[in-house]
Design a protein around this ligand. Structure first.
Ligand code: C2E
Ligand code: MG
Ligand code: MG
Ligand code: MG
Length: 289
C-alpha cells in the first residue's frame, strides 16, 4: 500500500481516498469488538409463495448497530469482514441467531417459517462450518429443512472440490441450498448439473425492468423454465411493483421477495405483520388459489 512506503507517498492520495482509508481502518477496529458487544442484529424479509399467497420463508439480513454511526448496512462492513477473516465468526453468529429465532417462533404465527441465511464464499472455506450449523440446529431442536443457505455463484469458480464437498455435506444434513444473485456471476451453468441446488434467486437487476424490457423478460422466463426443468425452485428478488409480481406469477415463478411485499424488518415487526395479515400478497382476500 502506498501509505506503507513512507510519508512522501501520502501526496498520491486524494482527500477522499485518505478519508476512506481512515474510515476503513476505524471500522475494522470497531468490527473486532462488535460481536462481543452484541451489536449485530438480524432483520427479516418475507418471501411470498406465489401459488398459495402465503409467506413461507424469510431471508435473514444482518445489520450492525454501530455505537456512533447508527444502523449500518451489510454492504458497508461484510466486504471488510471478508478481508480480515472476521466473517467466519460473524457467520457463526448469524446461523446461531437465526436458529434461536426459529426456536422462539414455535407456537406463534411465525412457526412455519423457514429462515434463509447468507453465507459468503469465505465462510465455506471453514472446515467446521457444517458442524457448527448441525450443532446450532440440534441445540435449538430444529429440523434442518427449516434452514436455508444462500450462496453466490462465486463459490463455483475457485476451490471447486472443497465447495462441492461442503455443499454435499450441507445437503446431507438436510439444509436447503439457494443460489443468490443468479445470472450475474462469472461461473458456468455446469454447476447446476454438478452441485445439489434447491433454489435459484433471480438477481434483482433482471426484475427491475422485467415489465418494460423485452430482454429482461426473456431472460427471466428462460431462467424459470431452466430451473423447473431441472427440478429447482425459483424466487425473484427485488420485486417492487404489482406489474412485476403479476408477470412472475403468470410465468410460474415460485416465490417473490422485495419491497412491494415488505422491506427487511426486525423480528417483532414481522411477527406483528403476520399476525395482522397486513403484508402485500397480490392476492384478493381469501383466494387460496
Ligand atoms: P442479498 O443476499 O442479495 O440480499 C438482498 C438485498 O437486496 C438486501 O440488501 C435487501 O434489503 C435488498 N432488497 C430486498 N428487496 C429489495 C427491493 O425490492 N428493492 C431493492 N432496491 N433492494 C431490495 P441488504 O440487506 O443491504 O444486504 C446486502 C447484501 O449483503 C446481501 O445481498 C448479502 O449479499 C449481504 N448480506 C446480508 N446479510 C448477510 C449475512 O448475514 N452474511 C453475509 N455473508 N452476507 C450478508
Ligand atoms: Mg441473499
Ligand atoms: Mg440477492
Ligand atoms: Mg446481492
Amino acid at each position: 500500500r502506498a501509505k506503507d512506503q513512507g510519508r512522501n507517498t501520502y501526496q498520491f492520495y486524494t482527500e477522499g481516498m485518505q478519508d476512506r482509508e481512515v474510515m476503513r481502518l476505524e471500522l475494522d477496529k470497531d468490527l473486532s469488538k462488535a460481536l462481543a458487544n452484541e451489536e449485530f442484529v438480524l432483520y427479516y424479509q418475507p418471501q411470498l409463495n406465489l401459488e398459495t399467497g402465503d409467506i413461507t420463508s424469510v431471508e435473514a439480513l444482518i445489520r450492525w448497530q454501530h455505537p456512533r454511526r447508527g444502523l449500518l448496512s451489510p454492504v458497508e462492513f461484510i466486504p471488510l469482514a471478508e478481508e480480515s477473516g472476521r466473517i467466519s465468526d460473524i457467520g457463526r453468529w448469524v446461523v446461531m441467531a437465526a436458529c434461536r429465532q426459529l426456536a422462539r417462533w414455535k407456537k406463534t404465527p411465525c412457526e412455519n417459517l423457514r429462515i434463509a441465511v447468507n453465507l459468503s464464499g469465505r465462510e465455506l472455506d471453514d472446515e467446521y462450518l457444517v458442524d457448527h450449523i448441525r450443532d446450532a440446529l440440534a441445540k435449538e431442536n430444529l429440523s434442518p429443512d427449516q434452514l436455508e443457505v444462500e450462496l453466490t455463484e462465486e463459490i463455483f469458480i475457485e476451490n471447486l472440490e472443497h465447495n462441492r464437498n461442503q455443499l454435499n455435506r450441507l445437503r446431507e444434513l438436510g439444509v436447503q441450498l439457494a443460489i443468490d444473485d443468479f445470472g450475474v456471476g462469472y461461473s458456468s451453468l455446469a454447476y447446476l448439473r454438478d452441485f445439489p441446488v434447491d433454489l435459484l434467486k433471480i438477481d434483482r437487476s433482471f426484475i427491475t425492468e422485467v415489465t418494460e424490457r423485452h430482454d429482461d423478460a426473456v431472460i427471466t422466463r428462460a431462467v424459470i423454465n431452466l430451473a423447473h426443468n431441472l427440478g429447482i425452485q425459483v424466487i425473484a428478488e427485488g420485486v417492487e411493483t404489482d406489474g412485476q409480481l403479476n408477470f412472475l406469477r403468470n410465468h410460474r415463478c415460485n416465490l417473490a421477495q422485495g419491497y412491494l411485499i415488505s422491506r427487511p424488518i426486525p423480528a417483532a415487526d414481522l411477527e406483528q405483520a403476520l399476525e395482522e395479515g397486513i403484508l402485500v400478497t397480490g392476492l384478493p382476500e381469501g383466494t387460496g388459489l
